[in-house]
Design a protein around this ligand. Structure first.
Ligand code: PLP
Length: 454
């Protein structure tokens, strides 16, 4: 076998030509979206006022294995893909572990994360349908940035509702989006009916993703030529993100490597769903014996402490109901939570896989996450995003277990992005001002009590 280089690159020709639909391999399919009024499965016609036609087809298709990547998207991907799979030799050495650690780095584009993989696809289908523009929400700002880039590439208008607390704390994120021509509004705002209602009920609220989604959907459905797009959670987003996993598997195959453990951080589940797609398929088919671990913040623990139930995707309760591991659509993580991954629910695909026992989940507190981030940055030379650092933390934990047992396991984790816009959080950590907040059972129960009855 060849010696494994520090970075395994694929050539442009080796980049996968189609996205892989993990649902096609699942014995138990993810539960369908339900109409919030009738509680019947949503039909394509009912979704059409909200989403682009081609994306609806992708959303509802549980059977097609591969979706060819259109040339326009493929060519755009070539600007920043294939992304490197890095062997973390220096981290292994620092830990003194016999484990082989690899990370797939998705931070090599201006949005600083994997989100551009789906943003460009969604903008493409909106353009192809002849739309004028799209609306969306953004929390920390990576998705809004990615979508702004994609929309400017295809000449689409882009209206972003940005969670107010981030809008105020991350003014430079906003400036990047404006550089790409996006119109950015802090949410909740007075520009929508739902925003006015939320502000009336909760004056001074700093907002949440659930609120921002409701505002973005309202604007999309009430403005001719507009549709709404979402950066995570949905099946279509996991489909686009499968490029991460397909490239990872192709790169490992070059050196005859197979992962024993695949680890990813999980907010809405898109990077993890993409990273694990081919590995989970092989696991389901009995071709690969590997553990798959989702890592989430202890302050927003949807898989590890949530319930598996139909819930609203947004605060305004205008979106379809999705069956998922959820903390309840009213759940708002503590304001001292710094590291993204704040959505109340989890992709229904990942929720089903978790419920079927095919995937594990772990929650970690943020001070441990930043410790791991710093340890990683000092040896591997990349300033990781706090979200990504959840995966780093568990990769380090697993590598240290290998040190105890002497096993040379192959660990692969997703390094979803860079942390340049998260330096206020790093500063808090360095100054000793960061604390860990874990919601109590009572906190969670209050939120569970508001779940819709289906
Ligand atoms: C958005 C984001 C995540 C979490 O989103 P998923 O949909 O769960 O992947 C993780 N890391 C980074 C850098 C992000 O921007």
């Amino acid at each position: 076998m060849n010696e494994i280089p520090y970075k395994i690159y694929l050539t442009e020709d080796e980049m996968p030509k189609a996205w892989y639909n993990l649902r096609s391999a699942m014995k138990n399919k993810p539960a369908p979206l339900l109409n919030p009024g009738t509680h019947e499965p949503m039909k394509a016609e009912e979704l059409a006022p909200v989403f682009c036609e081609e994306l609806i087809k992708q959303e509802l298709d549980n059977d097609t294995e591969y979706f060819p990547i259109p040339d326009e998207i493929y060519n755009f991907y070539k600007m920043f893909r294939p992304s490197p799979l890095v062997r973390a030799y220096f981290l292994e050495k620092a830990l003194g572990t016999p484990a082989k650690i690899y990370y797939k780095f998705e931070g090599n584009n201006t949005s600083g994360s994997h989100k551009l993989n789906s943003a460009i696809a969604q903008a493409y289908y909106a353009k192809k349908q002849g739309l004028k523009g799209v609306t969306t929400e953004t929390g920390a700002g990576q998705w809004g940035t990615a979508l702004s880039m994609a929309c400017s590439y295809f000449g689409l208008d882009c209206k972003v509702y940005m969670v107010k607390v981030s809008y105020e704390q991350k003014p430079f994120r906003r400036e990047v989006m404006r550089t790409y021509g996006a119109d950015v509004t802090p949410s909740p705002s007075m520009t929508t009916n739902i925003g006015k209602k939320i502000l009336e009920a909760h004056p001074g609220t700093t907002g949440s993703l659930g609120c921002a989604i409701s505002e973005a959907v309202e604007v999309a459905t009430s403005t001719p030529g507009y549709r709404y797009v979402l950066g995570s959670v949905l099946n279509q987003v996991l489909l686009h993100q499968s490029i991460i996993g397909l490239e990872t598997q192709a790169a490992l195959d070059k050196y005859g490597e197979k992962p024993d453990i695949v680890i990813g951080c999980a907010g809405g589940g898109s990077n993890l769903g993409g990273l694990i797609a081919p590995f989970m398929r092989d696991k389901i088919n009995g071709d690969l014996d590997c553990r798959i671990i989702a890592v989430e913040p202890a302050s927003c623990p949807s898989l590890t402490r949530g319930v598996y139930a139909y819930d609203f995707c947004d605060t305004g309760m205008v979106c379809p109901l999705a069956k998922m591991y959820t903390l309840g659509s009213n759940f708002i993580p503590s304001a001292n939570h710094a590291g993204g991954l704040r959505y109340h629910g989890m992709s229904s695909t990942l929720s089903q896989l978790y419920d079927d026992g095919l995937m594990e989940a772990r929650s970690v507190v943020q001070t441990d996450v930043f410790k791991a981030a710093e340890q990683f940055a000092r040896v591997e030379g990349i300033l990781p995003a706090p979200e990504s650092s959840h995966a780093i933390k568990v990769a380090i934990d697993e590598a240290l277990k290998c040190k105890e047992t002497g096993e040379a396991k192959t660990i692969v984790f997703g390094l979803t992005g860079t942390g340049y816009f998260d330096l206020v959080a790093y500063q808090k950590f360095h100054d000793g001002d960061m604390s860990d907040y874990i919601p109590t059972d009572e906190d969670l129960q209050k939120s569970f009590d508001t779940l819709p009855k289906t």
